[in-house]
Design a binder for this molecule. Structure first.
Ligand code: PMP
Length: 348
């Protein structure tokens, strides 16, 4: 075993089988029936004996057209997780460091460590905003890879845009803006790509109703995509996933409707949390809400007893007593709000 792996654990989320599952930042809405039927028909026509299109051209072309980009600026991964790994593979090494604000999406650290990279977490301030001077100090080194999740998981907020742009400007290496939750924030660095040759944007199909596909999107300059292609494994996207993705993109209206339902519900759940004694929800631009609760461990267990699964993030440091709830369908959110209200009141 490689020495680096001694400190690491497998990525596993405890998943008791509960009726209300608000722990994984998925969309609560499946695709519409007619979209599923169209995908099923297309799946009947696949040559299952053949390898997929290695370049995934049809979906890349379609997406390029929708985003007004060139096809050569887009690359797919088996989830954006795979793209994070490929970025570190392509741009790491040579005493570089992987930098990310903390708390952040855990895979930046895990993948970096697994690949033998050094990591440099930079603590967010008390309001979960970037500590700009500290970030600038870290990224100034010649070769570094900086991951900024925008909005940030698990805190939920988009960091200040100007501060991020400062980081991109002073960085001596690659800066990755991970827009996994873009559809819920509407904020993007896409238009800034042409100004910064060191900028990579990540998106994913996972948060808008297509988590089962495992399809992540990398958007950057053609030069960077060309470099990334050197580390990409052949045929990393299966024909079934790309077929389903293509049809789903053609029916983007139904995905957008799910997103706007979630955004509406987010407002309602935030308002309900704000009214509860001892519960402090943080500002969110995502499809989830981070909140601090007096006794998070007890509340997490009691929610499970009531059939509601959220994400337990309670640990020493900035996430002390914090839980994260994904926005679900209205009735799931009601179940969460009722359960939590009951627990909070019983406690008093
Ligand atoms: N980036 C962020 C910020 C995430 O929260 C997640 C999912 N938890 C990912 C990337 C990975 O998404 P995917 O399913 O595309 O691998």
């Amino acid at each position: 075993m490689r020495e680096e792996l001694r400190e690491l654990a497998a990525y596993s989320v405890e998943e008791p089988d509960l009726p209300v599952r608000l722990h994984a930042n998925e969309s609560p809405y499946n695709l519409g029936k007619e979209v599923i039927e169209e995908i099923s028909r297309a799946l009947l026509a696949i040559d299952y004996n053949r390898y997929p299109d290695p370049e995934c051209m049809r979906v890349r072309n379609l997406l390029a057209e929708r985003l007004e980009l060139e096809t050569g600026q887009i690359l797919f991964g088996n989830g954006s997780d795979e793209l994070i790994q490929m970025i570190i593979m392509a741009f790491g090494g040579h005493n570089s460091r992987v930098i990310y604000p903390f708390p952040a999406f855990s895979m930046y650290r895990n993948i970096a460590l697994a690949m033998g990279e050094k990591v440099a977490p930079v603590f967010l301030d008390g309001k979960f905003e970037l500590d700009l001077p500290a970030m600038k100090r870290e990224v100034a080194a010649d070769s570094s890879i900086t991951f900024i999740s925008y909005p940030n998981n698990p805190t939920g907020n988009c960091f200040n845009e100007e501060a991020i742009e400062e980081v991109i400007k002073v960085s001596g290496g690659i800066v990755v803006i991970d827009e996994a939750y873009y559809d819920y924030s509407g904020k993007t660095f896409l238009k800034k790509l042409k100004h910064y040759p060191n900028l990579i944007i990540l998106r994913t199909f996972s948060k808008i109703g297509l988590a089962s596909l495992r399809l992540g999107i990398l958007i950057s300059s053609k030069e960077i995509v060309d470099i990334m292609n050197r580390v990409r494994l052949p045929y990393n996207i299966g024909t079934m996933a790309s077929t389903a993705a293509e049809i789903s993109i053609r029916h983007a209206g139904s995905l957008e409707e799910s997103v706007s339902n979630v955004i509406k519900e987010r407002k309602r759940v935030c308002a309900a949390l704000r009214k509860m004694d001892g519960i402090e929800p943080f500002r969110t631009d995502s499809n989830f809400i981070l909140f601090r609760a007096g006794r998070a461990d007890m509340i997490f267990e009691r929610l499970i007893e009531k059939g509601v699964l959220v994400r337990d993030l309670n640990s020493e440091g900035p996430l002390r007593n914090c839980l994260r709830v994904t926005i679900g369908k209205p009735q799931e959110n009601d179940a969460f709000i009722d359960a939590l209200t009951g627990i909070v009141h019983q406690k008093e």
